[in-house]
Design a protein around this ligand. Structure first.
Ligand code: ADP
Length: 203
């Protein structure tokens, strides 16, 4: 199956874009959703995280306190590496399982931290949703009510716009209005269908 890794910074429009590809008939696997699924109790992955980080990352119901865990690993590279060593293999396994049973012409794999986690070669192509930083900041402010400093901190923990664009096979410019976005998605969908049809079919 033709696979396209979709990535982009916070608030660039990954979810908006992947929802639209799904409506057009693409298979969409969102690694953020897989991560949530894998850490919803009861879960061996969650048990392992609690073992490593302590029960303080669980709330009274035994569910993961995401904000607390994020805080714990934000400044601490070693802690982050330990968390990723637990989460990433589990996410990748589940992603491959889901991919194997898709019946769609091609698949979009939404991987927000594709470059940060060195997974550029995971899929056949890399699709980057690109917007100027100021647009990201405005949209995340509106969506999450975060203040500008907090958003800038998150931005600085992600790869730069330039690095992302340099690693892209395909790019969507989401600085415009929804109609401009739609036209680009339609064009890419048509191209991906052609590419998928040109691939050798497995018996
Ligand atoms: P991501 O998944 O990359 O964090 P989202 O798809 O959630 O980004 O988009 C961030 C916010 O910006 C959402 O509130 C979304 O509705 C809004 N948004 C996305 N694309 C556009 C656009 N072209 N014009 C205006 N708002 C947009």
């Amino acid at each position: 199956m033709l696979t396209i890794a979709l990535t982009g910074g916070i608030g660039s429009g990954k979810t908006t874009v992947s929802d639209r590809f799904a409506e057009l008939g693409a298979g969409v696997i969102d690694t953020d959703l897989l991560s949530r699924e894998l850490t919803a109790p009861p879960s061996p992955v969650l048990d392992r995280i609690a073992e490593v980080f302590g029960a303080k990352i669980l709330d009274a119901d035994g569910a993961l306190e995401r904000a607390r865990l994020r805080q714990l690993v934000f400044q601490d590279h070693e802690a982050r590496a330990r968390l990723e060593a637990i989460l990433h293999p589990a996410i990748k396994n589940l992603m491959l399982q889901r991919l194997a049973v898709l019946q769609t012409p091609y698949a979009i794999l939404v991987i927000p931290l594709l470059f940060e986690t060195g997974q550029q070669d995971l899929a056949d192509r890399v699709l980057v949703v690109d917007v100027p930083e100021q647009v990201q900041i405005e949209r995340v402010k509106r969506r999450n009510g975060l203040d500008e400093d907090e958003i800038r901190r998150i931005l600085s923990s992600q790869v730069s716009r330039r690095e992302r664009t340099a690693g892209a096979d395909d790019r969507i410019d989401n600085s415009g209005d929804p109609a401009a976005l739609e036209a680009q998605i339609q064009r890419l969908h048509a191209r991906y269908l052609v590419m998928a049809a040109a691939r050798p079919q497995r018996a």
